[in-house]
Ligand binder design. Structure first.
Ligand SMILES: Nc1nc2c(ncn2[C@@H]2O[C@H](COP(=O)(O)OP(=O)(O)OP(=O)(O)O)[C@@H](O)[C@H]2O)c(=O)[nH]1
Ligand SMILES: [Mg+2]
Length: 219
């Protein structure tokens, strides 16, 4: 059994996915790669296969793709990160090195040593979400919307969460809390995406986060 599977949800990440897989191979000890692709229209799947990743298609959105990756992996640990260049291999190594005594390591823009080169708008948004969830939902990490995480798979493979998009992130923190998972938050640096246009749909994703906040209130 491999120690580590790296799950990469993708949607049109040609030009980003190949270099990322190669950098991660350098940084981490013999991981398996599982790319969960939302039916990209570009060369994402070919690029991933050329770098020996297993590729599966999932058209149900980001949340379902992440959860499928977690279920289909068979390793002790699952690392999930964005495939667009926002999350970097050197930070992946930091999460990996922090796993002792943890069941979930959250890559955090808001922890010591963390930060973001994203737009000011994005920085404000992630801080606002962090603040709202901290007050209303009391989750075990501050950077609730971060998608850069190392999971002890056995604790999360059967996670029961209601989410379609990126609001799966706070939902998984709530699951971690429910399961009594030991959570560590480690500073990572968030970079602007590499190739490709931003697909961020602020209104749709924002509303989904608010609905999730409502669902998780008072936990
Ligand atoms: N499988 C799958 N992956 C997705 C989907 N949407 C986004 N992704 C991937 O999930 C990761 C994060 O999504 P991004 O599109 O970067 O989200 P974002 O950072 O809010 O928006 P950008 O400004 O476009 O970077 C990336 O690796 C995407 O390719 C989807 O519907 N299905
Ligand atoms: Mg992105």
């Amino acid at each position: 059994m491999p120690d580590l599977t790296i799950v990469l949800p993708t949607m049109n990440e040609a030009g980003n996915i190949g270099p990322l897989i190669r950098a991660l191979r350098e940084a981490l000890p013999t991981p398996d790669f599982l790319v969960i692709d939302g039916e990209s229209k570009d060369a994402t799947r070919d690029e991933a296969q050329a770098d020996s990743a297993t590729v599966v298609i999932n058209t149900k959105g980001y949340a379902d793709s992440l959860l499928q990756g977690m279920r289909e992996a068979s390793s002790e640990w699952v690392l999930v990160l964005d495939a667009d260049g926002s999350h970097r291999a050197e930070d992946a190594r930091k999460l990996w090195d922090a796993r002792d005594g943890a069941d979930l390591v959250v890559g955090s823009r808001l922890a010591t040593g963390g930060g973001s080169d994203g737009s000011a708008f994005r920085r404000i948004l992630s801080r606002m979400l962090a603040g709202m969830f901290a007050t209303i939902a009391r989750l075990p990490a501050r950077d609730v919307s971060s998608g850069f995480r190392l999971y002890r798979r056995a604790m999360f493979a059967d996670a029961q969460v209601t989410a379609r998009f990126f609001e799966v992130q706070p939902a998984l923190l709530a699951w971690a809390k429910k399961k009594g998972a030991r959570v560590k938050e480690i500073g990572i640096h968030y970079h602007p995406r590499g190739k490709g246009r931003s697909k961020n749909r602020v209104l749709r994703y924002g509303l989904a986060f608010l609905r999730q906040l409502w669902r998780l209130r008072g936990r």
